[in-house]
Structure formats: structure tokens, C-alpha cells
Design a protein around this ligand. Structure first.
Ligand code: SF4
Length: 346
């Protein structure tokens, strides 16, 4: 399997105020240049403002998350007016989230505005009914509902995307989630589904679901190892026994595990390990000087003296010498978001 570069932008949901639309309670917006500039080069946005959508209007009275006590579980919250707690929009916001589920089935990621009782994903302030802030353990009610409806969908907050490591991790998750649907769950019309290396004009042979899942895992193996070695090996063991699972179980379990592994940012140490594995596949085709050059470069990367792109460039330079499809299929060698081609970061 070879993951093809996309000819289209990936659909991603986003809090509408981040697009610069004046939909906030005070009539303002929270425009994110990272979202509408950098990331818009690879994402096609589906902007939604749940509070406007349920008819709260602009401007509107502010709302916040209300809990009975500090230890209240994440779903034991109400969304009520700051000035008048009798204004309760909990159910309308939950119902609205449920109503947009069909529309959001096509999105491959979601970017939420932070600190919002509707859209916040992490650490939203929660209040007691006497108005005192009690903790920052809340999740916006709309975001929470979408987490439940799409448990594996890559999600991130606008503000965190200013951090390059978190941004790269989000991009990697979105690209992988999108690729999963294109190759595994919705392969119809995808030119990668046919037999790799098939002669021109030869009809593509449909693969079984289990074959597609295993091929997807195989192509992502070194990328996954760079994020979490132990969980990647556990996934490999699960796939060895996958014939006992129903199709639905298989898809849900493997998709969930892959997205869980990728949710941990790749460390330099684990990436070095995956790069060493990749280099090992090429060593028989390199002379002594080339092997040393590659080894030294990976060591320079491990020490933080060289960027990942330098190692990937050299690996790709040597790649055509290997006739083995396993190493050619490795997404790790092509998937650094800044290099993917569909994101022009220059
Ligand atoms: S945070 Fe969400 S609800 Fe609030 S203005 Fe932005 S899109 Fe609308």
C-alpha cells in the first residue's frame, strides 16, 4: 500500500469565532491566524457556532458551566446564564450537537475555541450556584457531546495550535484519520485499493476488510512506533488474532488504538528508534561510507543537532535502492506534516 498525497483539502470542523466571524457573546470574534492562514492550506473548514445556532443571538448574555460540587463528574454540568441561572441551555446545546452529527461524519478533525462553556475542550472553569469558581475541570457541552459521538476524531483547541509540537501532532492525527477512512472504511473510488504494482489496465481486485486493516497498520508501523512502542506492539499482537473479531469490532478497536497511539506526541528518542529501524532495511544496499553517513545523521538528530527533515531526506534518497515494498510503504518516511506537499508551509 502506498499512501497517496491528497488532491483535496481535508474537511475539519471549527468554532466559528476562530474564523474571525463576530459570533461571540460580546459581538466580537477570536480570529486565529494559524487556523485561517497556515492550516487553511490543507483544511477545508466547516465552521459552527452552537450558541448562535440555538438562537441565543449576538450579542447575548454570557453563560457558564454550573456544578453542584467540585468532585462532580464531567457530564454532571449545566450550562446556565452567568446573571440568571434559570436560563439553562444545556439540552438545546446537546440537541444541537446531535443534530449536526450527520453533517460532521465527513470531517476528519475538529478545532475548538478554548475556555468556552460550549466549545472548550480542556480545563473550562466550573462554577457553583453561588457564582464562585470551583475548578477548571470542565469540557464545553457541545465539545463533550461530539467527543461522545466521535470518540476517535482528532480534536484540538485553537490556542494550543500555536505550539508547533501540538500543531504537528494534530496534523499527523488528522492525516492518519483521513487516510484510515480513505483506505480502510470508505475505499470506494480510492486508487490505492487496487493491488499494488498492478499492470496498467488490470482491474483492481477488492481486498477484504482485514487485509486493508493489516496493510494500513503495516504502512503506519514505524510512524506508530515513533509515538508509542509498547502500544504499537500490542496492536500488532491484536491484529495477529483479528480473525476472531467481527468487522465492526475490528474497525472500532484498531481505529481507536491507532488514534490513541498518535495522541502521544512522538519523542525524539522513539523517533530515533523508528529511524534506525528504517535505516536497517536499507543497510544491505549501502556501502560503508553511506551507512556511516546515515548512522551519524540519525545520531545528530537524536542529539537535537539536526532536524528530522534532514534524516528523512537522506533515507528517501537511498529508498529507491530497496526492492522491498515494506519500507517503501512506510508513512513515517513521507508523513512529516511540513513535508507532505498538501501543506505548503513556506
Ligand atoms: S466559542 Fe463556540 S459558542 Fe462561543 S462564540 Fe465561539 S463558536 Fe460560538
Amino acid at each position: 500500500m502506498k499512501i497517496q498525497l491528497l488532491q483535496r483539502k481535508i474537511p475539519v470542523g471549527i468554532s466559528q469565532c476562530a474564523m474571525g466571524d463576530p459570533v461571540r457573546y460580546n459581538g466580537g470574534h477570536k480570529h486565529s491566524k494559524v487556523c485561517t492562514g497556515l492550516l487553511a492550506q490543507c483544511f477545508e473548514y466547516v465552521p459552527l457556532c452552537p450558541e448562535v445556532a440555538i438562537g441565543m443571538g449576538v450579542p447575548r448574555k454570557p453563560i457558564h458551566l454550573l456544578v453542584e460540587k467540585a468532585s462532580a463528574p464531567v457530564d454532571a454540568v449545566r450550562v446556565v446564564g452567568v446573571e440568571d441561572a434559570k436560563v439553562d441551555v444545556t439540552e438545546p446545546l446537546r440537541d444541537y450537537a446531535d443534530s449536526v452529527v450527520p453533517e460532521l461524519r465527513k470531517v476528519r478533525g475538529y478545532i475548538f475555541m478554548q475556555n468556552s462553556p460550549s466549545c472548550g475542550l480542556y480545563g473550562v472553569r466550573r462554577y457553583l450556584d453561588n457564582g464562585h469558581g470551583i475548578d477548571s475541570e470542565g469540557v464545553g457541552i457541545f465539545a463533550r457531546r461530539l467527543q461522545q459521538q466521535f470518540p476517535h476524531l482528532p480534536m484540538e483547541e485553537v490556542g494550543r495550535l500555536n505550539n508547533s509540537e501540538l500543531r504537528e501532532n494534530f496534523l499527523t492525527r488528522v492525516f492518519t484519520y483521513d487516510a484510515w477512512f480513505r483506505y480502510v472504511e470508505e475505499p470506494e473510488g480510492n486508487n490505492a485499493e487496487g493491488k499494488e504494482g498492478a499492470d496498467e489496465g488490470e482491474a483492481a481486485k477488492p481486498q477484504s476488510l482485514i487485509a486493508r486493516v493489516i496493510e494500513f497498520y503495516t504502512a503506519h508501523k514505524y510512524l506508530l512506533l515513533a509515538h508509542h512502542q509498547e502500544k504499537t506492539r500490542a496492536l500488532g499482537r491484536l491484529l495477529a488474532d483479528a480473525k476472531t473479531m467481527s468487522d465492526d469490532e475490528l474497525v472500532f478497536e484498531v481505529r481507536g488504538r491507532i488514534m490513541d497511539i498518535l495522541s502521544r506526541p512522538a519523542t525524539r528518542k522513539d523517533r530515533t528508534n523508528a529511524l534506525m529501524h528504517s535505516a536497517g532495511h536499507l543497510s544491505e544496499f549501502l556501502d560503508k561510507r553511506e551507512k556511516a553517513e546515515l548512522k551519524d545523521l540519525i545520531e545528530e538528530y537524536r542529539l537535537g543537532h539536526k532536524p528530522l527533515s534532514a534524516v528523512l531526506t537522506l533515507l528517501r534518497h537511498f529508498l529507491p535502492r530497496s526492492p522491498h515494498s515494506f519500507i517503501h510503504s512506510q508513512v513515517l518516511l513521507a508523513a512529516e506534516p511540513a513535508e507532505l506537499g498538501l501543506c505548503d508551509f513556506h
